[in-house]
Write a protein that binds this ligand. Structure first.
Ligand SMILES: Nc1nc2c(ncn2[C@@H]2O[C@H](COP(=O)(O)OP(=O)(O)O)[C@@H](O)[C@H]2O)c(=O)[nH]1
Ligand SMILES: [Mg+2]
Length: 248
């Protein structure tokens, strides 16, 4: 629930590592920076690499881009205990009031990670064609129920043997018709579609006509953490569906 219609729209960007979340945020800052007051939060496990990439892209004043370091479990910081992210958003909103839109990039450790509706008003889930044409069909809460699904890097489709229109059709089926945009930062028409979708959402948020949807918690899962970090990867944390899992 928006605290007040004048608070910024908080838009989450989720999806696996490497699908182009940071690049999509840079694209959005370029496409919307003239008409909206923007802020960006990145979630990285141990670094502020995404924030540094975005600052160096020069698409937004560097002080409007802040990093939250999430520790071992980036999905926890956007779903189960969103305190650090909420504080970062509220600080940005206070420091640059009034902001229209805050973009929050997830740490992207898991195909099924979703944002809590306590942190974001709406969320995008990003896939790329290089992940294979099948991935959209495999589903998961973000793919099925995020406010918008992006099939990214369509310019690469001929090189990886993926049929974009079939992938988009599968995605639409998995989402019961909810919106899907086939995107490439090299395709101005697709960028214009994304821009229009975000502007329409900001309008609905301002007029109080947008209702946040919870895609639901991530599926029960186990995953191995990077071997090159010296920390105890074996731990459990509660998810909101009470589906405890082990990291191995
Ligand atoms: N060909 C192509 N590459 C892209 C596109 N968007 C992002 N990339 C590349 O994909 C890689 C991962 O992008 P990044 O934004 O860091 O992904 P993230 O881990 O999801 O934040 C980088 O090398 C980007 O340059 C796109 O539309 N087309
Ligand atoms: Mg990134």
């Amino acid at each position: 629930m928006p605290d007040s219609p004048s608070r910024s729209l908080r838009l989450g960007i989720a999806g696996p590592v490497g699908v182009g979340k940071s690049s999509l945020i840079a694209t959005l800052c370029r496409a919307l920076g003239d008409e909206l007051a923007l802020g960006v939060i990145t979630n990285d496990i141990y670094t502020d690499e995404d924030a540094r990439f975005l600052r160096s892209a020069g698409v937004l004043a560097p002080e409007r881009i802040r990093a939250v370091e999430t520790g071992a479990c980036p999905h926890t910081a956007i779903r189960d205990d969103v305190t650090a992210n909420l504080l970062a958003v509220e600080d940005l909103e206070q420091d640059f009031a009034p902001l229209d839109l805050v973009l929050i990039e997830s740490g992207g450790d898991n195909l099924t990670a979703t944002f809590s509706p306590a942190l974001v008003d709406a969320q995008l889930f990003v896939l790329d064609v290089a992940g294979g044409g099948d991935v959209a069909r495999k589903g998961g809460p973000g793919i099925a129920r995020a406010d918008l699904l992006i099939v990214n890097k369509t310019d690469l489709a001929p090189h990886v043997g993926v049929d974009v229109s079939a992938m988009v059709a599968d995605a639409r089926t998995a989402r019961a018709g909810a919106p899907v945009i086939a995107l490439s930062r090299h395709d101005p028409h697709s960028v214009a579609q994304l821009r229009a979708w975000v502007l329409a959402l900001v309008d609905r948020h301002r007029s109080g006509d947008h209702t946040p949807i919870d895609p639901g918690p991530m599926a029960p899962h186990s995953h191995a953490h990077d071997d090159d970090h010296d920390h105890d990867a074996h731990h459990e944390h509660p998810h909101d569906a009470d589906d405890h899992h082990d990291h191995g």
